[in-house]
Each structure stands twice: as C-alpha cells, then as structure tokens.
Design a protein around this ligand. Sequence first.
Ligand code: FES
Ligand code: FES
Length: 164
Amino acid sequence: MATYKLNVNGKASQVDVSPDTPLLWALRDVLHLRGTKYGCGIGQCGACTVHLDGKAVRGCQTPVSAVGNKSVTTIEGLSANGTHPVQQAWVEMDVPQCGYCQAGQIMAASALLASKPRPTDSEIETAMNGNLCRCGTYPRIRMAVRRASQIAANGSKQPTQSAL
Ligand code: FES
Ligand code: FES
C-alpha cells in the first residue's frame, strides 16, 4: 500500500492503495465516485473512460501510480450542474437506453470536442469507436456529438437539420 494524492474533479483527494491499483477502483471504491462504470476491465469497452489532463483514458488500464499531478475528471466533475454542451446534447437527443455505457461515451465525446471543436464524421467515428454500447445507441451518439459541437459554438438554440 502507498498513499497517492490525486486531483479529482478539482479537489485534492488522497487514496491509500497498492501502486498497480487501477484508477477506476480508486475512484469507485475509495472515493465513492460511481458514475464511472466497470465494463470489461481489460481496456476493450470504454465504460471506464475518464479524463487525465483533458484526454480520454481508460480508468481500468491506468494505474493510480501513473496519474501523478495530472487532473482527473470524471462524469461527476464534467460540469457543476449537467450543463456541459455534451450533456445538453445527450439530453436533447435522448441518447441513453440502459445507460450503462453512457458516462464513458460522454467523457470520450467531451475529450474529442475539447481537442477538435468541429470534428468531421470520420473523426467522430474514430474517437468514439472504442466505446461500446450493447444497446446500440450509436446513431444517437453520433447525432449528439454533432449537436454538442453546435451547442458549444452557438449556445443551445434548436438544431438546424444540417447540424444533425
Ligand atoms: Fe475499462 Fe472496459 S472497463 S475499458
Ligand atoms: Fe445500454 Fe449503452 S445505453 S450499453
């Protein structure tokens, strides 16, 4: 066991875990941030996606000892009250079905838009490709990413058909 100081959602946190403990376990089991989900545990589904310094990473494949001073953002910290453009678009497009994969989808989408505010369809496809959804919400996810890009650029006015 060792003590790690983490910056999670803008707050200083401390976890006492072994160095190879995945960040996902530290978030869920130690810090009780359970919005980030465990899907496969082997880096294949994206349910555990969080941001490290704004980049999407797999929480199940990131040892706590590798986090260092990087800022960790989870779905709970993406916005104070659910008003991040991606969250607004997800609600508007009614994306989730069972919901299990959706925190990871939103974190992947928000990291994409932070680096590419106006992504092409193929950039959306590539960025979201590793986030699996057993309910098959992919068409709504793609629409919502495009809509989130529009909201970020213009505010939350109703979408035009070409934005969809
Ligand atoms: Fe991490 Fe599936 S739980 S990629
Ligand atoms: Fe059910 Fe994606 S909404 S797994």
